[in-house]
Design a binder for this molecule. Structure first.
Ligand code: GLA
Length: 337
């Protein structure tokens, strides 16, 4: 019998580049995602078909060699699940999805989650442990040293809620995301990013350097005054992380108080910080933010790693979104259909 699994993409409301710094984020899972159908096969191999790429793969269940592109995710998922003690059955995996790759909406986590759930063929016990496993696929097989933001959002997402994630403890608190007559939209910048190749890994190295100089395990533990004395650009990277953490809790408070104008101002402040302190913006992203602001957005910010990808905006009632903008709402985390 076939098993069908769905892994959602995610939007991060606020709290960017904080996950690998032991900080705070507030993402939610969205309805766009990746679907993987697993059908039992005779033999001892896994076959995979990427419908959107018109490509195939086949590798032995007992041990897959490295491969590039989408194949790295499939081989990594099978290998990491096996290494974690799961006895996998030979299957044919059919993969299709509607999260644009390199969009900042985490097509990667959507794929990892859908693949793992399809290969497991059952509800996972510990979703945080599975998020950590998915993150190993990304770091050890795909070559992108990402944090846990995307995988936790894609696995623990809850309809109607954002998730306040504390990456120091991995505590996850669902926060009702009530937008009333307002709405959240995303708009592509037209520029794809690739984590493995973009400035993302460079920023991670800078944060590690800043931690080493400050003698802290994670940048979120840094003393703001000491962080301000770091050499340029490490001082700006640290300031972004510390202030972004504070903005996450300010956003949680704004949501609790149904103060959407305040949430809009926090989105703008997050974007300005990512642009000016973290140097993660591009001309295409800036143009996209300007289009959304011109359409009346109360706040707009790049989502995900930056260096391209999508922009998220909060629109007040009556504002009409620019062509191509898509309304996003918080949906459930990865599940079997
Ligand atoms: C990407 C990574 C995440 C996170 C964000 C930035 O989406 O995959 O782990 O670091 O960038 O917040």
């Amino acid at each position: 019998m076939s098993v069908v699994a769905f892994g959602p993409g995610r939007v991060n409301l606020i709290g960017e580049h904080t996950d690998y710094n032991g900080g705070l984020s507030l993402p939610f899972a969205i309805s766009a995602g990746v679907t993987v159908t697993a059908t039992p096969l005779p033999g001892d191999a896994i076959e995979a078909v990427a419908a959107d790429h018109g490509e195939r793969d086949r590798f032995p269940l007992a041990g897959a060699r490295r491969a590039g592109g989408w194949r790295a995710f499939v081989r990594g998922a099978a290998a990491e699940l096996t290494a974690a003690g799961h006895a996998l059955a030979p299957v044919r995996l059919e993969i299709s999805g509607d999260v644009p790759e390199g969009s900042g909406l985490s097509s990667s986590a959507a794929l990892e989650v859908a693949l793992c759930l399809a290969l497991l063929g059952r509800e996972p016990g510990d979703r945080i442990a599975l998020a950590q496993l998915c993150s190993r696929i990304e770091s050890d097989w795909v070559g992108a040293e990402t944090g846990l933001l995307d995988q936790i959002a894609a696995l623990l997402g809850r309809a109607g809620h954002a998730l306040r994630i504390d990456f120091a403890t991995l505590a996850v608190e669902p926060v009702p995301l009530r937008t009333g007559d307002w709405r959240l939209v995303t708009l592509g910048s037209g520029e794809a990013h690739s984590h493995a190749g973009s400035g993302y890994n460079a920023r991670r190295r800078e944060c590690a350097q800043a931690c080493a100089r400050l003698g802290v395990a994670a940048l979120s533990d840094a003393d703001p005054a000491a962080a301000a004395r770091l050499p340029e650009p490490l001082d700006r990277r640290a300031r972004h992380v510390l202030e972004e953490n504070a903005r996450v809790d300010a956003a949680v408070a704004a949501l609790r108080d149904d103060d959407l104008p305040a949430l809009g101002r926090l989105l703008d402040a997050s974007h300005a910080s990512l642009r000016d302190l973290y140097d993660a913006s591009t001309p295409a992203v800036e143009a996209t933010v300007r289009r959304l602001k011109a359409a009346g957005a109360a706040g707009a910010r790049m989502v995900g790693g930056g260096f391209g990808g999508h922009v998220l905006a909060l629109l007040a009632p009556g504002a009409s979104p620019p062509d191509g903008a898509v309304t996003v709402e918080p949906g459930p985390g990865g599940h079997l259909l």
